[in-house]
Write a protein that binds this ligand. Structure first.
Ligand SMILES: [Zn+2]
Length: 258
C-alpha cells in the first residue's frame, strides 16, 4: 500500500467556482459544504511525493487547507485561467525547494510565459519572483514524475486540446468535450476515473452530465468521480442520489486511495 496513490480533490468547481459572486441561485446559498466548490485541481500523493494537477486561482487556499508542505511539480491540463491563475503562489515552495517543475504542452507553456513573464525570465530576474523548470509534454510521450509513469491523454475542449493524465490505475480528465477513440483506449481499465460533468444542459466545451455518464459507461472504470461542476448541476446531495452506483460527485477535500 506504500505505493498507493492518494488523491485529494482540491477543487471541483467550474471556472467561477461555487458560490458564484453575487449569485442568488439556491445552490450558491447552500449550507452543505459539498456545494462549495473551488476551481478544479487535484493533488496526487504517494510516498513523500506531492504533485498537483493544475494551479488555478484557489491554489494558495487549497495548499493551506490540505497542509501541502512540499510540492514536487505541477501537471497542467491546459492554459485557461481557472487552471493556471495561481502560479505566482508557488513562491513558498520555490523559496524552500528551488525551481518548481512544471509539465505542460508547448502551447500551454508559451501561454504561461506570456502571462507570467517574470516567472519564466532568464535575465534581470525580479527579486522574489518564483521560477519554474519547464518539462514539455505531449500526447505521444509518457513521462515520469517521482517514481511513476504518467500517460498523457489528449481530448478536445471545443477549439483547444487539453491533456488528461493516467497514473497507474488512476485517470484524471477535465474540460473534455470530445475524445478520439484512440485516446480513449488509454483510459480503459482504469480503476478510478475522474471526468468533468458541468451541468445537465449541453455546453460547447464541456461534457454535460449525460455525456459524462456515457463516457464512463464506455470506459468501465470500477468507480468514477465527476468534477468541474457548475452550480447549475444542482445540490450535491440530490444529484448524488440519482447517479449510477459506481459514479459519485467529487467534492472539495474528498480524498481517495487508488
Ligand atoms: Zn476549466
Amino acid at each position: 500500500m506504500n505505493d498507493a496513490l492518494k488523491i485529494t480533490f482540491l477543487g471541483t468547481g467550474t471556472s467561477q467556482g461555487i458560490p458564484v459572486i453575487g449569485s442568488n441561485h439556491p445552490v450558491c446559498s447552500s449550507e452543505d459544504p459539498r456545494d462549495k466548490r473551488l476551481r478544479v485541481s487535484a493533488l496526487v500523493s504517494w510516498k513523500d511525493y506531492n504533485y498537483v494537477i493544475d494551479c488555478g486561482p484557489d491554489f494558495r487556499q487549497q495548499m493551506l487547507t490540505n497542509e501541502v508542505i512540499t510540492l514536487d511539480g505541477i501537471l497542467f491540463t491546459h492554459e485557461h485561467s481557472d487552471h493556471t491563475a495561481g502560479l505566482d503562489d508557488i513562491r513558498p515552495y520555490f523559496f524552500r525547494q528551488g525551481d518548481v517543475p512544471v509539465y505542460a504542452h508547448k502551447r500551454v507553456a508559451d501561454s504561461l510565459k506570456k502571462r507570467f513573464d517574470y516567472i519564466f525570465a532568464d535575465e534581470n530576474r525580479y527579486p522574489g519572483a518564483p521560477a519554474v523548470a519547464v518539462n514539455l509534454i505531449d500526447k505521444d510521450n509518457p513521462f515520469t514524475v517521482g517514481s511513476v509513469k504518467v500517460i498523457p491523454i489528449e481530448a478536445s475542449h471545443n477549439r483547444i486540446k487539453v491533456l488528461g493524465f493516467r497514473i497507474k490505475d488512476f485517470t484524471y480528465l477535465t474540460d473534455v468535450k470530445t475524445i478520439t477513440s484512440e485516446e480513449a483506449e488509454k483510459v480503459k481499465n482504469s480503476k478510478v476515473l475522474v471526468i468533468n460533468a458541468l451541468r445537465e444542459e449541453p455546453h460547447h466545451s464541456h461534457f454535460n452530465l449525460k455525456e459524462a455518464l456515457e463516457f464512463i459507461e464506455e470506459m468501465k472504470p470500477d468507480v468514477a468521480y465527476l468534477t468541474h461542476i457548475s452550480h447549475m448541476l444542482g445540490f450535491h446531495a440530490q444529484v448524488e442520489k440519482k447517479l449510477p452506483k459506481n459514479v459519485h460527485l467529487a467534492y472539495d477535500n474528498l480524498t481517495i486511495t487508488v
